[in-house]
Design a protein around this ligand. Structure first.
Ligand code: ZN
Ligand code: ZN
Length: 558
């Protein structure tokens, strides 16, 4: 391949977000320049014990560090901005995004002390900024957060459109619909590659408008005898607006409760994305007791059953300012993210036990998705008529479904590429293909440490959680290789019944002793002996208990 033709490709490398929901981060690379589109996190699943966050693996960014020019951010959700505080420590690049998006980014950067050095560049929809060889043209999309944008990246070989997260809502809460005109124009000018949100590709039909929720709130506010407590995502500013509007209409005061809720509400209000019609209608959480119950609407965090959230604290009778009352109406205005269902159900049960009436998704339409359903995805594909198509932002089944949708509306089957996080995709004017892979193994944030080699640590934690811990201490005579004293065995979280445990441990001690006394390990190192003990003891304990505790032999030569 000659140098000229080698330059005529654009590399598209998603280091997260394809084949998984979360940690969206995509590199667009041409020649010696590259931009990074979104930089999000994933919340850990139930197997990742003790992990706070999962980051994209920045190895690829390190490899092309000299090419990196900017971060371009589509909207302010955690799966698009959450990793910026970590990325910025290594790659201090300008960050482009809408006003609200960068407002939320700024708040995230405050805590690690990165805000002052960050170069935040606000862009408006329909504005175009030039970053190296890329002309980035932003357009409005509807999503469950205001000020969300898609971006058309005009490159020397053609235009790449990334939708960001979107839905089609003709009556959005913030009054800003999908920019159909710009999409139509882009389609007319020609789109080389479309990368489109697949989250709801398996949902038939159109995703309902946010306006549906207003009708539900209307009923709830009309009927509720006491306080109304609405739990939702703190980033779902449009939902917060709907509660504020309903409260205003029904003459109730509002109170924002929960750290992230208070923070996001502050940013959104400062920047003009959340309107509280009358300042006097806001109540400080500390003053709640001064107001009559039917005068109040409380908006709080905890819709996912997060352990330290306001709603869960109320459910556990553990909230500083709010004790539930029998006349309270609680609305869980969100759907449980897969993996959170149990925590959500437990929270609802506990609230109901205290006499509150709890309304949630299965009972009333209290939540609609922020992602496009199948018919909406068809609209996007039809408006843009891309030559090549890559479904993004979804698990594998969503991507496959989106592929079928694209083919159904006429995209050439050969021109659809279902990639995965880590695929190095090369796009030219007449071809798209995967040319390699980059390492995208999980990077965990665990307390204050960030690291990628902790898969073994997580395995240990899982074993500890499931099987408990068994420590055996053995003193061995250096000369004879025999046990000097009876081996000692200490357990934590291993078996429940103490009678059974005594006998079991007596047999376990025999096992350890016979490994040491009968084995021929005159030349064995303590490490080799430890391994033998671990294996024999593990087999014995599994035979007797069907459990696999973590076994730690400690061998001392005397
Ligand atoms: Zn989103
Ligand atoms: Zn997203």
């Amino acid at each position: 391949m000659t140098r000229e033709s080698a330059a005529e490709v654009v590399r598209v490398v998603s280091i997260g977000g394809i084949g998984e929901i979360g940690r969206n981060c995509t590199v667009i690379e041409y020649g010696d320049d590259a931009i990074v589109l979104d930089c999000g996190i994933t919340f850990p699943d139930a197997n990742m014990l003790g992990v706070d966050l999962v980051l994209p693996n920045f190895n690829y960014l390190r490899e092309i560090r000299h090419k990196l020019r900017a971060f371009v951010i589509t909207h302010g959700h955690e799966d698009h901005i959450g990793a910026l505080p970590y990325a910025l420590r290594e790659f201090n690049l300008p960050i482009y995004g809408s006003k609200l998006t960068l407002g939320l980014v700024g708040v995230k950067l405050e805590e690690p002390g990165l805000r002052d050095q960050a170069d935040l560049r606000v862009v408006k929809a329909r504005e175009t900024v030039t970053i190296g060889p890329f002309r980035c043209q932003f357009f409005d999309v509807c999503h469950s957060i205001p000020d969300a944008m898609g971006v058309a990246i005009h490159t020397p070989i053609g235009t790449i459109v990334h939708t960001g997260d979107f839905k089609i809502d003709h009556t959005p809460v913030d009054g800003v619909p999908l920019d159909i005109q710009t999409l139509g124009r882009l389609g007319d000018e020609g789109v080389l590659l479309l990368m489109s949100d697949s989250t709801y590709a398996d949902q038939p039909g159109h995703t309902p408008s946010e306006a549906v929720i207003a009708e539900t709130f209307d009923r709830v506010f009309n009927d509720a005898p006491g306080r109304i407590i609405v739990a939702t995502f703190s980033s779902l500013i449009s939902r917060v607006q709907q509660v504020v509007d309903a409260a205003y209409a029904y003459g109730r005061r509002v109170c924002f409760v929960g750290r992230s809720m208070e923070r996001n509400v502050r940013v959104a209000r400062d920047l003009g994305y959340l309107h509280v019609p009358d300042d006097a209608m806001e109540v400080d959480p500390r003053d709640l007791r001064d107001y009559a119950a039917d005068d109040l609407a409380i908006i709080c965090t905890g819709s996912q059953g997060e352990p330290r959230s306001a709603l869960v604290r109320m459910a556990n009778r553990d909230h500083r300012f709010i004790d539930l009352l029998p006349d309270d109406t609680v609305v869980v205005s969100a759907s449980a993210i897969p993996g959170n269902e149990e925590a959500v159900n437990q929270t609802i049960d506990r609230l109901a036990r205290q006499g509150a009436s709890v309304l949630y998704e299965r009972l009333l339409p209290v939540h609609v998705s922020g992602h496009a359903g199948q018919e909406d995805l068809k609209f996007m594909l039809t408006a843009l008529r891309p030559k090549f198509f890559m479904p993004v932002h979804g698990e594998y089944r969503h991507l496959e479904e989106h592929r079928r949708i694209a083919e159904r509306v006429g995209v050439d089957a050969e021109h659809v590429l279902v990639a995965e996080s880590g695929s190095i995709v090369e796009l030219s004017a007449d071809d798209i293909r995967v040319v390699g892979e980059t390492d995208v193994s999980n990077v965990y944030v665990d307390g204050l440490t960030v690291g990628e080699e902790s898969d073994a640590t997580l395995r240990d934690r899982r074993h500890l959680a499931e099987g408990g811990l068994v420590i055996t201490v053995v003193n061995v005579d250096r000369h004879t290789g025999q046990c000097l004293t009876e081996p000692d065995i200490i357990t934590r979280g291993f078996v429940y019944a103490s009678d059974a445990e005594d006998e079991l441990l007596a047999r376990a001690r025999d096992t350890v002793r016979s490994v040491v006394d009968t084995g021929d390990h005159a030349d064995a190192t303590p490490e080799q002996l430890q391994r033998k003990i671990r294996n024999a003891l593990g087999r014995r304990l599994f035979r007797e208990t069907r459990r696999r505790p973590v076994i730690l032999p400690i061998v001392t030569e005397v």
